[in-house]
Design a protein around this ligand. Structure first.
Ligand code: ATP
Length: 269
C-alpha cells in the first residue's frame, strides 16, 4: 500500500544495456547493485556502503539514464526529483517535500533516490540575493540532514546529478554525504556509434552503415543530441512519405542539431 504513496516513485525498466559508453561510470555505479539487491549481506559483516553518489558531466550525457539503470538493474523503486522544482516554492515547502521523499524511500528500501540539477538548490550558501534564498537554503539543509540521518544499514542510495560541480556548497561533498563522485563525459566516436545503435534499434534505416558516418561527423554531440538527431531524421523521412530513413535524412538532421534548430521543430499534431 505504502508502495505507491508518492507520485515520484517509479519502477525503472532501464538497465545498463541501455547506457552506451560511459564504461568507468557504469562500473562504479554497478558496484551498488549488489548492495541494493542484498543489503543484509553487507550489514552482516559491518560493511558501510556509500549513500551519496554525485554524477557529474555535461548536459545530456546520461546521468539520469544511469541513475534509472541502477534502480532497474537492482529491481528496486526509483524516487526522483529535480532541484529546479524547488526554486519558486514557498518557504518550508521544499524542505517538506525532501523529507517526504526520503521517508517514502526509507519505507520502500532498498531503493534509489535521484536528485537532478542538484546545483540549483545546492549552490554555496550565503550568496543568495534575498528572494528565494531562504527557501533554497532550507531545502539544502533538509537534504544534508537526511543524508546525515542514514544509519549504516539503510539500503537507500542517493544519486544526484550536476553539470556545475564547481558551484556546489562544500557541505554537500563532506564524508558521509555526496562523497563518491562519478564522472560522465561527452562520447567519443565509438561511444557515439554505440549510442546511435541503441536509439536506432527500432528505426527503419535504409543502410545501418550510415550510422558510422554520422558517428564520425558528430564530435561534441551528447547522447541526448544524438537521440534528437535520429528523431529529426525520422520526422524528415515521414515528411517525404518515405518508408526508410536515408543517409541524406541523417546528414540533414545532423546539421539541424548542430545549428541548434531542432528543439523548435519538435513533433506537433
Ligand atoms: P541533463 O544534465 O540535461 O539532465 P543527463 O546527463 O541527465 O542530462 P539524460 O537525461 O540521461 O542526460 O539523457 C537524455 C537522453 O539522451 C537519455 O534519455 C537517453 O535517451 C540519451 N542518452 C544520453 N546519454 C546516453 C548514453 N550514454 N547511452 C544511451 N543513451 C543516452
Amino acid at each position: 500500500t505504502g508502495r505507491f504513496a508518492t507520485p515520484t516513485e517509479q519502477r525503472s525498466p532501464v538497465t545498463f544495456a541501455d547506457v552506451a559508453g560511459q564504461d568507468q561510470a557504469k562500473k562504479e555505479v554497478a558496484e551498488l547493485v549488489e548492495f541494493l539487491r542484498e543489503p543484509e549481506r553487507f550489514g552482516k559483516v559491518g560493511a558501510e556502503v556509500p549513500h551519496g553518489v554525485l554524477l557529474m558531466g555535461p548536459p545530456g550525457t546520461g546521468k539520469t539514464l544511469l541513475a534509472r539503470a541502477l534502480a532497474g538493474e537492482a529491481e528496486v523503486p526509483f524516487f526522483s526529483t529535480s532541484g529546479s522544482e524547488f526554486i519558486e516554492v514557498f518557504v518550508g515547502v521544499g524542505a517538506g517535500r525532501v523529507r517526504r521523499m526520503f521517508e517514502a524511500a526509507r519505507n520502500a528500501a532498498p531503493a534509489v533516490i535521484f536528485i537532478d540539477e542538484l546545483d540549483s538548490i545546492g549552490r554555496t550558501r550565503g550568496t543568495g540575493l534575498g528572494g528565494g534564498h531562504d527557501e533554497r537554503e532550507q531545502t539544502l539543509n533538509q537534504i544534508l540532514a537526511e543524508l546525515d540521518g542514514f544509519g549504516g544499514k539503510e539500503a537507500v542510495v542517493v544519486l544526484a546529478a550536476t553539470n556545475r560541480p564547481d558551484v556546489l556548497d562544500p557541505a554537500l561533498l563532506r564524508p558521509g554525504r555526496f562523497d563518491r563522485h562519478v564522472i560522465l563525459n561527452l562520447p567519443d566516436k565509438t561511444a557515439r556509434r554505440a549510442i546511435l545503435d541503441i536509439h536506432a534499434r527500432d528505426l527503419p534505416l535504409a543502410d545501418p552503415a550510415d550510422l558510422g558516418t554520422i558517428a564520425e561527423g558528430t564530435p561534441g554531440f551528447s547522447g541526448a543530441d544524438l537521440k534528437n538527431l535520429l528523431n529529426e531524421a525520422a520526422i524528415q523521412a515521414a515528411r517525404r512519405r518515405a518508408a526508410t530513413i536515408t543517409g541524406a535524412d541523417l546528414q540533414e538532421a545532423r546539421d539541424k542539431v548542430m545549428m541548434g534548430t531542432v528543439r523548435t521543430l519538435a513533433i506537433q499534431p
